[in-house]
Design a protein around this ligand. Sequence first.
Ligand code: MRU
Length: 352
Amino acid sequence: MIQTLEWTDSGVRFIDQTKLPTEETYILCKTHQQVADVIRNMVVRGAPAIGVAAAMGIALGVKNSKASTVGELKAEVDEISDVLGKTRPTAVNLFWAIARMRDRFESLRIRPVPEIKQALIEEARRMHAEDIRANQAIGRHGAGLMPASGGVLTHCNAGALATCGYGTALGVIRAAIEQGKKIHVYADETRPFLQGSRLTAWELMKDGIPTTVISDNMAGAIMKQGKIGAIVVGADRIARNGDVANKIGTYTVAVLAHEHAIPFYVAAPFSTIDLATSDGDQIPIEQRGASEVTHIAGKQMVPDGVQVENPAFDVTPAKYVTAIITERGIARAPYEESLRKLAEELSAMTSP
Ligand code: MRU
């Protein structure tokens, strides 16, 4: 099983996703600042994975703290949360995870400092385990939506590497294959960071799942040839109305899917659903450095001085989304209603 990130006695260990697919190496973070760096530099990426990474970053910071009073520890938790919260703006899982760790801290304030530290470590580890279970549930709910055989297209990497294991979109594909469906995955290359060709293809090949990598601009032609029976992608943030922020290029794929009457599914845990955000226009879109566009593997691909844009995500309007597959079940339009209903069921189950 791929260990995307893992709590160990000596720190938080990450598979270095910037080195895949040619090198499988690991980075051990011993401080929360190092965790912030690996999130920012995309050693770890994918919304659920960066959420749990941030939670483990807080656990690590608290573990390293010299605070002797709860008040001192609280000041450190504030500072650590701030550092981690400034790493990447779009994936709401990051802020969800920080808020959950802060809530846990608040619930422990009357306890002695060593006990609080231990409980926060346990909370981060619990979030790791819960994420895998959520992905398996997403897979169970979504598998029935996949075709019995044929091509399924995905964009970016919403797999084991983007989560704590199994994946969201790739979890749906894995579960469908486990049910005996004969799926062939088409993985969009996903320029500029190449999560599709480097990461999705790597993890699917490891599992022996038939995979074809295409460059992003081939998707329309492949759909027109009738090779794609369904599309499934992940999400970084889903607004209350069902608009979906995901890796740049997802919007293009959704519009193409609509043109070819191919179902377009989004698979995501509830930690990705942001009911506080009304629609996609309110979602902050991360702008990354120009070098991701101007260079490939260190080689310059554009003339000196040309202007470059590099938005890391786009927003797919809810009208193009056939269904949203969550660990609680499947939501369909109108999303404001269906997502609220699933959220209410979730809080009814978790409230004491
Ligand atoms: O920039 P990244 O690689 O963090 O973007 C990842 C994506 O857009 C994924 O599709 C999304 O986070 C869902 S991962 C289960």
